[in-house]
Design a protein around this ligand. Structure first.
Ligand code: HEM
Length: 526
């Protein structure tokens, strides 16, 4: 019946067919049906292929993969990538997550589709602690972010500004060396030493530039240190509201409440420092010849670079907060990792110290102008960043529209993690990937480019959202390490195996804090 109907319509529309035999008509119809079915299937296949999501492990209804998530996510993600490939997905509550573990996929999202993947996926705690997303690290991609990043990179962390406040850094590094000098022969906790030194250095650069301010800021530094440790803790704490946005209203774990309380304390400390500085300017207290700190630069900066709008006090505070939060823990962690690796590689320690003696001499103190000549130390830092990147999954990206990555669909608003830790240990990309071999960066200098162009080495990320603090991070890690190794010999108190295990807290920490015993080696008294 249907056959007759189709044939009738074909015969009516094409009169010449009318003259064909029934067999020929049937053959023609079957051919048309086969061709159109084939075309239909190809089209559907192409469409579904485009729409297919990456493979990945199944989870449970509602909670998804949440109950199976292990504490050490970079290692777990590396294992899942072995099974599912360099791009895989899973669900955490309502949230679709995708993990990328190959240089070519990193290139796709940070070079080829950089703008689409330039949004962040701010957690509840991060949103609160950045005054509602007013900072650089967590704010959405757009003109606001661009303006703030320009202020940060060009106005605050410019080479000339960093040079201008070198004395502030030097003061604090000398204090750290003096502290170790008083503890010669006793075990020193390197994580605490590195963290206190880095926090002191950063806070001193932020607002300790004038003598009066510095005396007052001593108290602010002490108060801030207490609240900052809690801020770091809450930023790394898993929060159910991040996986089920509908639960944000209820704040079941009280993370938002706690973050608000911490912000209030931090804010009042920063406010007190700012008010003091504004008052000094009003009272015309002389600041001639005194180093400009970041607060002073920000107070003198009146307009945002692109839009020419007035910069607000909230924006100034958000930038200051980014420097403390982004710069302290990461840098301190890298100092601890580099020391741990060197302490367990006697040969590396000897090479570091020989270079320091050749470049600086035993009778002098380390100065920042020595740093560019310390090539072996630089290779040590690069190797520590390769094996133990401080932010091993980078800061998650969030695509602003549905896109294709590695041939799979990554829908809008997916949380995209880049497993830099796994890429930087991939045996396909690195010789002896698990060995600490600084020499690899002396021989193949292109491997050590971490400015975002070398997608197999991305400790600072890549693309337009890559780390904004590299110039300061480079200086601080090398300067503190050089000073510690130049002044002291160090012996670890733990064995290598247990000492090099990792703990993921958003920042990649040493599971067992490094304890090391210093003995004096330089003649120069600080
Ligand atoms: C060794 C130390 C450091 C490491 C390993 C590190 C690593 C990173 C990484 C991996 C990112 C995310 C990049 C991406 O998503 O592609 C990032 C972002 C950021 N870092 Fe760092 N960082 C360090 C030190 C610093 C310092 C000292 C500062 C501040 C002075 C800083 C400020 C920032 C800011 C503001 C962002 C957000 C950039 C944006 O979203 O536009 N970091 N960092």
């Amino acid at each position: 019946m249907v056959f007759d109907l189709i044939m009738n319509s074909i015969q009516t529309s094409i009169p010449r067919l009318y003259k064909m035999s029934n067999v020929a008509q049937a053959a023609l119809l079957i051919s048309i049906l086969i061709i159109s079915s084939f075309w239909f299937l190809v089209t559907i296949f192409k469409k579904t292929k485009k729409r297919s999501f990456p493979p990945g492990p199944w989870g449970l209804p509602i909670v998804g993969y949440l109950p199976f998530l292990k504490a050490n996510m970079p290692t777990q993600f590396a294992e899942l990538a072995q099974k599912y490939g360099p791009i895989f997905k899973f669900r955490l509550g309502n949230k679709l997550c995708v993990v990328l573990s190959s240089p070519s996929l990193v290139k796709e999202i940070t070079r080829d589709q950089d703008v689409v993947f330039a949004n962040r996926d701010a957690t509840v705690a991060a949103e609160v602690l950045t005054f509602g997303g007013y900072d650089i690290a967590w704010t959405a991609y757009g003109s606001y972010w661009r303006n703030m990043r320009k202020v940060f990179v060009r106005e605050i962390l410019s080479g000339s500004n960093l040079d201008a406040c070198y004395d502030l850094r030097k003061d604090e590094v000398i204090k750290a060396i003096e502290y170790v000098g008083m503890n010669v022969g006793k075990p020193v906790r390197i994580d605490e030493l590195a963290f206190q030194t880095e926090l002191n250095v950063i806070l001193r650069m932020l607002w300790g530039g004038t003598h009066e301010a510095n005396q007052k800021s001593e108290k602010a530094v002490a108060d801030f240190r207490v609240v900052f440790a809690k801020i770091v803790n809450i930023l790394g704490k898993p929060n159910i509201s991040d996986f089920f946005p509908i639960l944000r209203w209820f704040d079941i774990q009280g993370v938002a409440k706690e973050a608000h309380a911490l912000l209030q304390v931090a804010d009042s400390i920063v406010d007190a420092v700012i008010n003091e500085r504004v008052k000094m300017a009003e009272d015309s207290i002389k600041t001639d010849g005194i180093k400009k700190d970041f607060l002073q630069i920000l107070l003198e900066l009146k307009k945002l670079p692109d839009t020419g709008e007035d910069i607000t006090m909230l924006q100034r505070k958000a930038i200051l907060m980014d420097i403390v939060v982004g710069g302290t823990d990461t840098t301190a962690t890298m100092i601890e990792w580099a020391m741990a690796e060197v302490l367990h590689n006697r040969e590396a320690m000897e090479k570091v110290q020989k270079e320091l003696d050749d470049v600086i001499g035993l009778g002098n103190i380390v100065e920042e102008f020595h740093l560019p000549k310390l090539h072996y130390l630089e290779a040590v830092v690069k190797e520590a960043l390769r094996l133990h990147p401080a932010i091993p999954l980078l800061v998650p990206r969030r695509p602003s529209k549905s896109s294709i990555v590695g041939g799979y669909t990554v829908p809008e608003n997916t949380s995209v993690f880049v497993n830099a830790w796994a890429i930087q240990r991939d045996p396909e990309l690195w010789d002896d990937p698990l060995q600490f071999k600084p020499e690899r960066f002396l021989m193949e200098s292109k491997n050590g480019d971490y400015n975002g162009n070398n997608f197999q080495y991305i400790p600072f990320g890549s693309g337009r959202r890559m780390c904004a603090g590299i110039p300061l991070a480079e200086k601080m890690v090398k300067y503190i390490l050089a000073s510690l190794f130049h002044s002291f010999d160090w012996k670890p108190t733990t064995s290598k195996v247990e000492d090099l295990s990792e703990k993921f807290d958003f920042v990649l920490r040493k599971r067992i804090p490094l304890l090391a015993i210093p003995t004096k080696r330089t003649r120069k008294q600080y």
